[in-house]
Every structure is written in C-alpha cells, then in structure tokens.
Design a protein around this ligand. Structure first.
Ligand code: GLV
Ligand code: MN
Ligand code: MN
Length: 411
C-alpha cells in the first residue's frame, strides 16, 4: 500500500502557488484572501475524496471518512496558514498527507473499523492574531470561542469578522469531534535529522513557548541637540532588551532560545530620538522551570532598564504554553513503523509549536518529523526532498492503517 507521491507533490505546489503575490512571495496569513483560496482548495480535495466536510465556529476544517462524530475517530491534522514570506511545506505537508493517507486506504478497498478525520486548524502561526495554535487551542477547550473571535489582529482587523468575510465561520460547535488519537506529520524545521542523516523523527515532546509584547515609551527629541544624559530613548532601551536576551538568557543556558522577531519604531526617522518602540519577545525552553526563570529574569531586567533609561515599559502577554509530553504508545508506534520500513529514526523534541500540542490536552497525540534542508523554515528556502516527504507520509499511512484496523486502539 502506498502514497500517491505525484498527487501529493502536485497539491503541495498548487497550494503553495495559490498564495503567491505577483513577485512570487508566498504569504497565507490566517483568514486573509490567500487563506480563503487555500481553504477552498483543501475543501475541494476533501470532497473529491468523498469526505464529509465540516467547518466549526472558529473556522477549523474537518474532512471525515466514515461517521466521525458517532465513533471517536483517528484525527490527522496540521494547518495551512503560513508566516509572512513562507515556504510551501510548513503545515500544508501534514494536512495533505492526511488526505493522501485516506486516499491510499480507500484505493486499497480498506474498510476502516474507525473513521479518520483530516483537520486543517485555523491560525496556527499567530502572525496576524495571537496566540498561535489558536484553532486547535479552541478545539481543545483551552481558549474561549468568543475571546478568540474578538481577537484584534496586528492590522487592526477582528478575527471573527475576517472569518465571516472569507466564508469560513462554520456551523459546527467547537470541540464537537473528540478523537481517540491525533497524529501530525511535519517537516522538522530544524537541522537535527539532516545533520545526523536520520530519516524520521519520532517526536516525544515539545518545548514551552512564551510570547510577550513590550511597549517602551520615551520622549521624541532632537537627535543633535539632546545630550545623552537627558535622553528618554525608547530605541536604545529596545536594543538593550535584545542584547540582554542573547547575552544573559540564551547564552547562559544550553536550551533557552530567545528572539525579538518584530520591532516597530516611532516616529522612525533619522534625526528624532524614538518616542515609542513596540517589540515582541519569543522565549522557549523544553523545561518549564527554566522557562519560568528566564521570564522572571527578563521581567527584573525590564524594571531596572526602565529606571536606567528613564522610559516606561509595559508588557502584554500574547501566548504562554507549557512543554508537552506526547503519548508514549504512539511514539513507540512511530519508531516501529519506521523500523518496519527500514528507515532510520530517532526520538526528538520539537522546537516549534504545533497543533499537536493542543490536541495532546484531549487525546493521545504524537508527531512525525522529516528532515528540513539546511534546517531552514519560516523562509521561502524551506525544502524537503520528495523521497523524505514520501517516507514521512508512508510512516503515517502505516500507523493509520494499524489504528483503523483496530490493532492499536485507544479506549
Ligand atoms: C509555529 O510555527 C511556531 O513555532 O512559532
Ligand atoms: Mn507548522
Ligand atoms: Mn510555522
């Protein structure tokens, strides 16, 4: 039994190309026009495969083979929204592989003992609306639907209004489908598998993620006439935050990583001391105690910095997710499936956030990784070769087949 590689690759490229601007840049921000086009492609492919398509109130798309509501199904999912200037694989590979797995089973005439649902969750990336992994978080009951719908985007839009506008505010109540197990296949987005020459990652845990937005208020003043000691320079304070994160937090720990990924200066001109800076801080660590300690050190530093630079600094929490342990039985099943296909496999931690971490709150969950060329992701250079993609989808197929045959049944 095998995955139709040509169809999988054709869809991956078609989905990727559907979100490119005239310059060829791919951005499929959550609930944008590009997201609408991508969602319509996914729904169309689900219908071609005779799946029952249901859309819930947060816009999550579910394609079910069999009666997925009456019987707890196996769910295979990921997301199709992207970061700004993205590659074609992040998320889309997982959703399209779920579909490819069902099609492979259908083509072999398999009669599944339990239904399979392919899920494409809303707003995994969190670039436009925080927090990230929002659709799966709402599905798992970790965020109130109304609160999610009222989220204001970085562009001032309201999530619920955008969901209505693109026609994906669905009638199904959130959390309706309660899977017995959840699997997510994804590119690694890091260098480990490629550097080691390993084909498959059996992901056993996922690190904690802390997102904060920092607003620094200083005083705009003349760049030539204001002596250094009299400045209230929001820009300088922002620079010190960035170097503190690297020099004091990330450099002092083998596992903590810290990123200032977004920064906005006001008034942002050459001869005016910045009056305001808004920046984001992404802090991660697989150990929650270390992540908490990094957050506490950061807060202490910010208080001290405000005094030293005579600025005011406020912190708004955008997201905070604890590290997650995946289901050991499923992780074992991934290792065994890889071994049966004679594919090298290693257990690993996910550095990236994924919908699986939210689904792990409500059912046994695990992830399969395949190598990323040069460890690059969230970048148009993101690449995984066809052979590796196919190996990942095949491992997913083998586990799904076992699950739907009732040989690895939860509950
Ligand atoms: C999701 O892609 C994340 O890890 O930020
Ligand atoms: Mn992803
Ligand atoms: Mn991503």
């Amino acid at each position: 039994m095998q995955i139709d590689a040509d169809r999988l690759m054709h869809r991956l490229h078609q989905l990727g190309d559907s979100a490119r601007n005239p310059e060829g840049v791919l951005s499929r921000l959550a609930l944008s026009d590009e997201d609408k086009v991508g969602r319509e492609l996914i729904v169309g492919w689900m219908e071609e495969a005779d799946l029952t398509v249901s859309i819930d109130a947060i816009g999550n798309i579910f394609g079910t083979w069999g009666d997925g509501i009456a019987v707890q199904p196996l769910m295979i999912g990921s997301h199709i929204d992207s970061v700004v200037n993205a590659g074609i694989y992040d998320g889309c590979y997982g959703v399209l592989s779920g579909l490819a797995v069902i099609e492979a089973l259908q083509e072999q005439g398999v009669e599944p003992a339990i239904p399979i649902v392919v899920a494409a969750f809303t707003n995994e990336e969190g670039n436009r609306y925080a927090p990230d992994m929002m659709g799966s978080l709402v599905h798992a009951g970790g965020l109130d639907l109304e609160q999610a719908l009222n989220t204001k985007g970085v562009d001032g839009s309201i999530l619920g209004e955008e969901l209505q506008r693109i026609g994906f505010a669905g009638p199904m109540p959130v959390g309706t489908i309660k899977p017995r197990a959840y699997l997510e296949l994804h590119i690694e987005q890091g260098p480990v598998l490629e550097v080691e020459g390993t084909s498959i990652g059996a992901v056993e845990d996922l690190q904690g993620i802390s997102w904060q937005e920092i607003t620094i208020k200083g005083v705009a003043n003349h760049a030539g006439t204001t002596p250094t000691r009299l400045r209230h320079d929001a820009g300088l304070a922002a620079a010190r935050i960035n170097t503190f994160l690297r020099d004091q937090l990330a450099s002092m720990s083998a596992t903590t990583v810290a990123t200032v990924g977004s920064i906005e200066y006001r008034p942002n001109v050459i001869n005016v001391i910045p009056s305001q800076v808004i920046l984001t801080v992404d802090l991660r660590d697989p150990d929650d105690a270390r992540l908490k300690s990094a957050e506490a050190q950061f807060e202490e530093f910010v208080e001290e910095l405000a005094l030293q630079e005579a600025v005011t600094i406020s912190i708004r929490r955008l997201a905070r997710f604890e590290p997650v342990q995946f289901d050991s039985e499923l992780v074992d099943a991934i290792e065994q499936a890889a071994e049966k296909r004679q594919l090298s496999c290693r257990r690993m931690t996910s550095g990236a956030g994924h919908d699986a971490q939210m689904m792990a709150r409500i059912c046994p969950a695990a992830m399969i990784f395949v190598p990323s060329k040069d460890g690059i992701s969230h970048n148009p250079g993101e690449h995984t070769d066809v052979q590796s993609l196919l190996q990942g989808s095949t491992v997913l197929l083998d586990i799904a087949r076992k699950l739907v045959a009732g040989r690895l049944l939860y509950r």
